[in-house]
Design a protein around this ligand. Sequence first.
Ligand code: ATP
Length: 322
Amino acid sequence: IKNIGLYTSGGDAPGMNAAIRAVVRTALYYDIAVTGIIRGYEGMIRGDFVPMHRKSVSNIVQRGGTILKTARSEQFKTAEGRKIAYENLKKNNIDALIAIGGDGTFTGAKIFGQEFDIPVLGLPGTIDNDLAGTDFTIGYDTAINTVVDAVDKIRDTAESHDRLFIVEVMGRDSGLIALRTGIAAGAEAILIPENKTGMAGLFDRLENGRKDKTSRIIIAAEGDDAGGAFEIGRIITEKFPHYDTRVSILGHIQRGGKPTCMDRVLASRVGVAAVEALRDGRSGEMVGVIHNEISYTPFDHAIKHSHEINAKFLKIVEILSL
Ligand code: ATP
């Protein structure tokens, strides 16, 4: 391997910069060049490449977002688009790829690695934590800490006004952000796409549970079946008019900010491991951490959404919100 093409793709996540820095510095350590590909697959097709040096990644370990920018590319989903991308890589002597992103990014990486003779590895970069083959994804820890901070603030006003708040967090297909933040923020209930009986359980609590609570926080993942926080708010207001119900949608605040120590360390570990894995001849895999050890998972398996959640977590919420 002489020149690694490095890109971030799909939704941005805090800690992507720490991963970029780790890949660049490790490659240089092993005398391998790195070419930054701007805006993921979009940049690959446009030939938007920049050489990366030791200094290109100075002072970024603590910054949210991604210095390589990110984008979604429809053209890369076509065979013609990918052919243009491959020709651009060849022209620039890029002979390996490291992709930082989520399941869509890895689907593209898998197809590309099968179509063309180029090794490709992936690093899990998504706030959703919805990849198999790693205990945590880069960005998840920062995102859940941002959510918990925000909910703590909402709790102050909920408590002062005796209000019930429905707080919507990110997670279109996955309730993993909601599940952990619900426990950490002391939520009354958690509504997630993986649990079909969430609303029924919530109604039961509001009807038969303790009546002397002064504030109530319900965490809802955006992809919950009930149809979004405003719809949940409408239903609760209709059924329980005596509660002063409010809705708060946290939105994009969850994607930004300084990565936590956990995310920086995870990003650094998998970044170093990915370059070493390319040198060892590995390809077609995502590099993650399972039980505190580096692990390699074929893209196919990594992107398989496991819709299983730890049911014990929901029980914990039920017990602790007595
Ligand atoms: P996040 O989970 O944070 O949204 P992601 O990596 O899943 O991140 P996507 O937007 O789903 O983000 O995918 C990123 C890009 O990967 C797409 O814009 C597209 O260019 C490429 N991609 C996704 N699916 C395919 C596919 N089937 N074939 C080729 N390329 C794909």
